[in-house]
Design a protein around this ligand. Structure first.
Ligand code: NDP
Length: 289
């Protein structure tokens, strides 16, 4: 069984990004990531702190804008506009979830497409479908990067994606199609989930249901990508996969924590660097190889 270690891969990428930022600074460009949070969701704060640590580790500028719970849609959009217009800001993300009175989809679509480093804007989502994406959602991009780093070619595989969210399920399904996998997308209305998963060569599970996928769902030798992040009552973080139950049956698996999560943060760094490169009319090959 092979462990697809996202922590190690993201560390390697951090070195590449650090060098890229150093080179960019020599031509007076410092990539800057702005993260906007609304309210005080503790899980979101953990994720933002991870992004801040990584951004600082690679040498880019980072600004965390914290807006109060009562912020209106107009105030949120005015804040996004301020950074859309700021020439020093390379990338902007609005950390989800937002409080219920705010529209996440309006917030996603307010970000300037050239600063949409999360790749959630409908324009960038459309480019992904067309196979011309400039910014992809970071989790799917990180999954493909991790598979490639382990020489796993998905072409021809029967892939099953469980979950159809705009940020994970949908875009990974589309990207897997572009990488020549045969893709089935399952969700909460799927009639017989095991019928699909038991024949899959590759399963990406992104549902947010602790330990749901056990050995009875999979065939021998499948590759399991566990996107879920669930906190148990004792504070422990676990995925959507029952790791102990499946570990002797899989060919390869991402651990939680330490699998997909660090790759998501790494891809956010890459896309912020790419945004800065494009905004200054530079050639990405000179900086990122
Ligand atoms: P959403 O809640 O937006 O989507 C969950 C999806 O799972 C929906 O499509 C839902 O179906 C489907 N689903 C839920 N329960 C079942 C079930 N029992 N059987 C089949 N399908 C089911 O979640 P996200 O996509 O935003 O996130 C999913 C998980 O991934 C969460 O744990 C989240 O924390 C984690 N995550 C991890 C990231 C990382 O970097 N590691 C990044 C982003 C998310 P339906 O559409 O029918 O409701």
């Amino acid at each position: 069984m092979e462990i697809l270690d996202g922590r190690q891969r993201s560390q390697e990428l951090t070195e590449l990004y650090t060098q890229a930022v150093e080179k960019l600074k020599k031509v007076s460009v410092t990539p800057k990531l702005v993260v906007i949070t609304v309210g005080e969701d503790p899980a979101s704060f953990v994720y933002v702190r991870q992004k801040k640590r990584r951004a600082e580790a690679v040498g880019m500028d980072f600004e965390w804008v914290t807006l109060g719970d009562e912020t209106s849609q107009e105030e949120l959009e005015a804040t996004i506009d301020k950074f859309n217009d700021d020439s020093k800001t390379s990338g902007i993300i609005v950390q989800f979830p937002l409080p219920n009175h705010l529209s996440e989809s309006r917030a996603m679509d307010r970000i300037a497409i050239e600063k949409d480093v999360d790749g959630f804007h409908y324009y960038n989502a459309g480019l992904l479908v067309a196979g011309k994406a400039e910014f992809k959602p970071c989790t799917p991009k990180g999954i493909l990067n991790l598979l490639e780093a382990h020489d796993i070619d998905v072409a021809g595989m029967d892939a099953v994606v469980i979950g159809r969210s705009q940020i994970v399920g949908m875009p990974i399904a589309i990207d897997l199609i572009h990488h020549n996998a045969t893709v089935t997308v399952c969700h909460s209305r799927t009639k017989d989930l095991k019928f699909h998963t038991q024949r899959a060569d590759l399963i990406v599970v992104a549902i947010g249901n602790a330990h749901m996928l056990d050995a009875s769902y999979i065939k021998e030798g499948t590759i399991l990508i566990d996107v879920g992040i669930n906190r148990l009552d004792d504070g422990k973080l676990v995925g959507d996969v029952d790791y102990e139950d499946v570990k002797d049956k899989v060919k390869a698996i991402t651990p939680v924590p330490g699998g997909v999560g660090p790759m998501t943060v790494a891809m956010l760094m890459e896309q912020t660097i790419l945004a800065a490169i494009r905004q200054h009319g530079l050639d990405s090959r000179e900086f990122l190889g």
